[in-house]
Ligand binder design. Sequence first.
Ligand code: GLN
Length: 491
Amino acid sequence: MHNKTLKQLSAALHAKEISSVELTRHYLDRIAQSDLNAYLHVDAELSLAQAKAADALLATGSAGALTGVPIAHKDIFVTQDWRSTAGSKMLANYVSPFDATIVRKLAEAGMVSLGKVNCDEFAMGSSNENSAFGPVKNPWDKLAVPGGSSGGSAAAVAARLAPAATATDTGGSIRQPAAFCGVTGIKPTYGRASRFGMIAFASSLDQGGPIAQTAEDCALLLNEMIGHDERDSTSLTADQGNVREDFARDLDKPLTGLRIGVPKEYFGEGLSSDVEKAVRAALEQFVQLGATLVDISLPKTSMSIPVYYIIAPAEASSNLSRFDGVRYGHRAKEYKDLQDMYKKTRAEGFGPEVQRRIMVGTYVLCHGYYDAYYVQAQKIRRLIAEDFQAAFADKCDVIMGPVAPSVAWDLGDKANDPVANYLADIFTLSTSLAGLPGMSIPCGFGEGAKNANRPVGLQIIGNYFNEAKLLNIAHQYQLATDWHTRAPASI
Ligand code: GLN
């Protein structure tokens, strides 16, 4: 049952082959037996009550496609019924008075929440090792990281502890963990899914999206997640084109004539040979499906790391100033005066990576450094976005390359080396800086005794609002290949 896709589960629910209560109980049992540390908060009673309500709706015959299907939520989305920690000690006991818009929309579509899944603290990280509640293990190889920051979301789907999960992507946090765990994820165009109730990391980059087994499942989830939200000031409006659409409408379109841009910067030094091999084989598969490959250049790719690691910490330092011990979460027990309370609260509540970013962010925003770092980074951010537009203008319809330079590394390997973590983000950051939609689909495995069981992800990048096209391309690939159906041996 748990190897079924969301689409298949939906069909089984509508055909009354299984009830939502039975299905939910099945996943809750699996979660209880798992040792991956993917889930942070589970409340069986709450989940089963939602499932019961979904069954009642299914009995009337008027239920939607997602009714009764369980889902896990990244713990960066606030929820009224489950604690919302953002992977931080700062919010260890925080319960929100409202649900994030994405959570609310999926609940209104009838989905059953299985609980909250682990992530790097405030979504800062690439390995899930920055969570205050311990790292998640990669279900393919428990010695490996699951990727981050949405490591819990990707691991939960790969280990069949949920048919789907919500996630967020600021610089790769949907795509990279999806790649490391051999599942499918899509980050929509910036501004299409509401950030309301998504605990803010870097507001000009943060974007929510789904992780599931297939592109088809992601389409069904996006159908409910996308749309203007007046409570998010950067949410794109209907006038700007952010209308609800059927993201599954083009899934069956053939790929004949599709022009795939292959950026040379994504295949240079630093890319491991096994990832390159798997990605090039995927590109060949697309040629078989009628596409043509076009060499392109995204010359500012290497600048994306310094640019992102100035802009994201700058915004984080501002966003995280709200955690001062007065309004939310942790407050130091003993302090002399107000200043001392702030200092102790923040020193105790934030982990080392978050503190590092607050310091970097505060520094680059300082009077005297602002022009040299922050403003400069914003200018290059624009040039990075222009690189993509130059490619989409006349050379290609979509861009493909690896999601990450290597397969998942060992837990602990880069845990004390922030720069090594930052460098591994090289292929995902520019998409985020440009606000473009990006996708990760499984396309093979690494090589050698150590990596043969560690998945490789193919990245598909589209122009603004081209989510349906990305899903079409991914779906056609998934019809022709079976990487996305593979599950870890222990499943
Ligand atoms: N790995 C990147 C970082 O550490 C991206 C994280 C994300 O997308 N949330 O910031």
